[in-house]
Ligand binder design. Structure first.
Ligand code: SF4
Length: 376
């Protein structure tokens, strides 16, 4: 009989005046040097695009992601021959690695033994009770947390029958019945994700699960799509949940580079006031008053600005209507004026920059502002 004693009724708070609600109480688990849950910051995750067997390339990708704010990285381990490469990556990675396992529980056990920091399996495709017990015992021996990664598209048939489809309740039940199985052997270093590709189902599933347990929740919307669509769908779904105080880690899944996922996650947390790292870019959409190429300038500057981890507010504006105001209220900004740019630092007009010099001069000044902020 599954032990459900740990579950308590936690009322899912509702939105009040658009203010982010108090964080849901979740127990704390440890993933490498990262603490997840409780009052710890909501951590940003992504997933490696590079196959694990290309060790140096994989590490290069991880290092780049870590530089821009990724704190946990997941790597798919589809085959036993990949475990040796995983060992080397775990030893050299600057951030904790989670091995993503499907179908074969022995891959999870092998990954645990070579230094991975956490495991993730999908209960829809590792279904044998004894295998799950063995997997959790190994995780316990190596002090690793397990993410129960439920996906609406691969729920067990019995739940689909019982609930009449992949409903939020069915998704939640799948996760909690797995948690009960792990608890049978005393394993509670558990994190749960409940992903669907539909935002409303995803929101309802997380709300349901949040009200029925105190395990930390990893937020995500699966198969979210290309960058623009995916960021909107994920930003909406995860934003609603975060506003309600639900969520301890997150990934914004995009059909794009992993860097885009990290930048999107950072911006989402920042816009909700939950994290403040990185550059907040205020840029105008342009109109016929514009005498400079704001969009072209954004495209040039954004790749540089997205590498900054220090909290900084940067404005890139097109004209004198809102430009000077926004630029002045930012740490640093430029505003178009008669075909050239005016540079502001901390509200002070500093100088005029021509189109030819603006990119290099502006980034130099931004770096100086970052150094000044770090020195404070
Ligand atoms: Fe148009 Fe100026 Fe507003 Fe930009 S800041 S949208 S150029 S009015």
């Amino acid at each position: 009989m599954a032990n459900r004693d740990f579950r308590k009724n936690i009322t899912s708070p509702c939105l009040r005046d658009g203010v982010v609600n108090p964080r849901r109480h979740s127990r704390v688990i440890t993933l490498g040097r990262i603490k997840i849950g409780g009052d710890h910051s909501i951590s940003i995750q992504s997933m490696c695009r590079t196959p694990v067997t290309r060790v140096d390339e994989c590490l290069k990708e991880i290092n780049t992601l870590a530089t821009i704010g990724c704190e946990i990285i997941r790597i798919a381990i589809p085959h036993h021959s990949h475990v040796t490469a995983l060992q080397e990556i775990c030893a050299r990675s600057p951030i904790p690695i989670v091995a993503d396992i499907h179908f074969d529980y022995r891959l999870a056990i092998a990954a645990a033994k070579v230094g991975v920091h956490g495991l993730r399996y999908n209960p829809g495709n590792i279904t044998n009770h004894q295998h799950i017990i063995e997997l959790s015992k190994t995780a316990s021996d190596y002090h690793l947390p397990i993410r129960i990664g439920v996906n609406a598209a691969s729920l067990p048939d019995r739940l689909i029958q019982q609930y009449g489809g992949a409903s939020p309740e069915a998704i939640t039940e799948c996760a909690l019945s797995q948690a009960s199985m792990l608890e049978e052997v005393g394993f509670t270093q558990i994190k749960i994700s409940l992903k669907a590709s539909d935002p409303l189902t995803t929101i309802a599933a997380y709300r349901c699960c949040a009200s029925r347990c105190d395990y930390p929740l990893h937020l995500g919307l699966t198969e979210a799509g290309p960058p623009l669509t995916g960021a909107i769908k994920s930003g909406f779904s995860l934003g609603v949940l975060l506003m309600e105080g639900i969520g301890d880690t997150l990934r914004i899944s995009l059909s794009a580079s992993a860097s885009n996922e990290v930048i999107a996650a950072r911006q989402l947390l920042r816009s909700l006031g939950l994290r403040n790292e990185g550059a907040e870019i205020i840029a105008c959409p342009c109109c016929s008053r514009c005498t400079v190429d704001v969009i072209g300038m954004m495209e040039k500057l954004e790749p540089h600005l997205s590498l900054i981890k220090t909290p900084i507010r940067v404005a890139i504006m097109g004209c004198e209507v809102n430009g000077p105001g926004e630029a002045a209220s930012s740490d640093i900004g430029i505003a178009g004026a008669n075909g050239s740019w005016v540079l502001f630092i901390k509200g002070e007009k500093v100088c005029k920059l021509s189109n030819n010099e603006v990119e290099a001069s502006f980034m130099k000044r931004v770096q100086q502002v970052v150094i000044d902020k770090q020195g404070r």
